[in-house]
Design a protein around this ligand. Sequence first.
Ligand code: ADP
Ligand code: MG
Length: 686
Amino acid sequence: MNVPITSLRGVGIWIAAQLKNLGIETVADMLLHLPTRYEDRTQLLSLGELQAGAPALFAGTLQNVEIKAGKKSSLLCLLNDGTGSIILRFFHFSPAQIKQLQVGSVLHCFGEVRDGYYGLECVHPEYHIHSETNPAPEIAQNLSPIYPTTGKVSQKLLRGLVQQALDFHPLPEKLPAFLLQQQQLMPLMQAINFLHQPPKNTPLAALGTGQHPAQRRLAFEELLAHHLSLRSLRHRVELAQAPILANSQLLIPQLLNNLAFTLTGAQQRVFQEIQQDLQLTRPMQRLLQGDVGSGKTIVAALSALQAIEAGYQVAIMSPTELLSEQHLQVFSHWLTPLGIKISGLSSSLRKTQRVKALEEIASGDCQIAIGTHSLFQETVNFAKLGLIIVDEQHRFGVHQRLALRNKGLQSGQSPHQLIMTATPIPRTLAMSVYADLDTSIIDELPKGRTPIQTVVIPSARRAEIIERIRHACLEGRQAYWVCTLIDESEVMQYEAAANTAEMLRETLPELRIGLVHGKLKSKDKAEQMQAFKERELDVLVATTVIEVGVDVPNASLMVIENAERLGLAQLHQLRGRVGRGAVNSFCVLLYQFPLSETAKSRLATLRETCDGFLIAQRDLELRGPGEMLGTRQTGVFTLKVADLQRDQALLHEVQQVAEHLLINYPENCEILIQRWLKRGLDYGEV
Ligand code: ADP
Ligand code: MG
């Protein structure tokens, strides 16, 4: 079905390897490797017609060649054609080149024309010197595609391969004609042909927006393929048998009785939804969304109890060791009094401890295992796994979620799965990226929370903030100071945090200041967190390791540095670390002066609202879904053509078409998935 790229003429092992680096392994990949932009070489302009500010194809006779000395010497060539003139400027040039550029020769050039000191000029044009053996190149009939590539694969090679693919290996249309008509979609190969070689006079602007009908067609098909793959995954999981976990009569009432609080209405509702799922023979595949602090953990604990009372084990997976440690504490606090045995599988365990924990999990002695994704990477064998709980799933990325599910699908048996996320996702988007999951939403915060007051302050005024921390801490409160450096290495992050901690220790000698960062051993991290929780520290300086899930109710002040560089959803997550107790909480967003208008309005959103959904919507508008879902790095949703943000309007139709295809054309679905998602449903390792 997928023709390998090596079946194209001229593609041997070496080129195939280079193409693979570009993600091209099949002829279909080649056809879907679309240009990122186009050049218009369809019109040869006379020099009199040239205008600054645009790339152009032009020709003329060399009238003068000279080397201009200076700090940076350059080679200047004056070109004239009777209607006007232009200077070609080269900053890098070789003796051989000078020799070729004889006065009187005729040059054909392509390059960006701009205004220079002596009139129009063009820096480093591509050029072609005419001679009898080397006549003028033909003028292109179509816009010239510029493909994404690496230094090793030339545009020329790519163009040649695309041409071969277009000529000999067109992709079959997999959308029935009536659907094309109904959705006003261009036929597939018409769209592909067009995008590889748009006819002359196609306005470049029309292609730049990504809204051209040809682009729309491909975006539609790509989103459809992704949607179908998630749906088919869901379907496959549904075929598996899950253990029936009857409602708990004993453990759940006990835990509820011991709790210092009562569940909110929203918590009760979502737990009922989960309870119903757990009693079916079909594996639960449920996403639990709830804003930071909405109380997802207790819902997870109750779900775990239902599995345990039915005689099954539970695996709880978090994205970081820090969170695992915290879960271990919270779950132990709630569940050990009920006689439940919990194992934490952290990387700081000594070998003997680890062996013992693994044994207890394998024998069924311990009912809950808590860890990071290593829970599923290593040879952890469960005696009777009934439920997998994944916390803060957006940190894992879609890849891992799917891999995990595949892993659960052994021998037609599958545990139930509950996936929890604090990133509220707008509905249409959720329906597409989580097409494989049912959704429950906790849309209510526990009572007694006071909203966090957020202020936005230039970092030059940090002395005031430090004073404020001094006061708050002397009154018995605690504070976080979060150092953020985006796209910097962990080492740099660590240094920034360490310097800040040092500075605070000097300025606030009367306070006890701790430090956590990604380079600490998890045992040391856990120790610092514990000390902070037990009020042995007043201020905790942290990198963004603190971002997800950490819960210290007495901390009521948070300072976030370089706030303007973080996404809104991320800031909201961070800020959610405070405002968990009854006292008034503050969040100070420090920024580097000056702030752009957009940055101002973004930060203002946080000042104005604590509603995670609203913030997520704004973040989506401002930064796009990739950032928001944390999928940018993990790759599953690196879409080739579509853009979840730009093409949001297509998502609804995509769902309807998917529905129709699944029922009436199941074999087409498989082909579409293969075409767009190279590895189909095989998402590889966790
Ligand atoms: P998140 O949804 O962000 O994971 P947590 O589960 O960590 O939130 O809950 C935040 C805090 O709120 C915890 O200290 C938890 O014990 C507390 N909590 C949870 N549910 C309730 C409730 N119904 N009433 C009062 N406090 C609650
Ligand atoms: Mg949490």
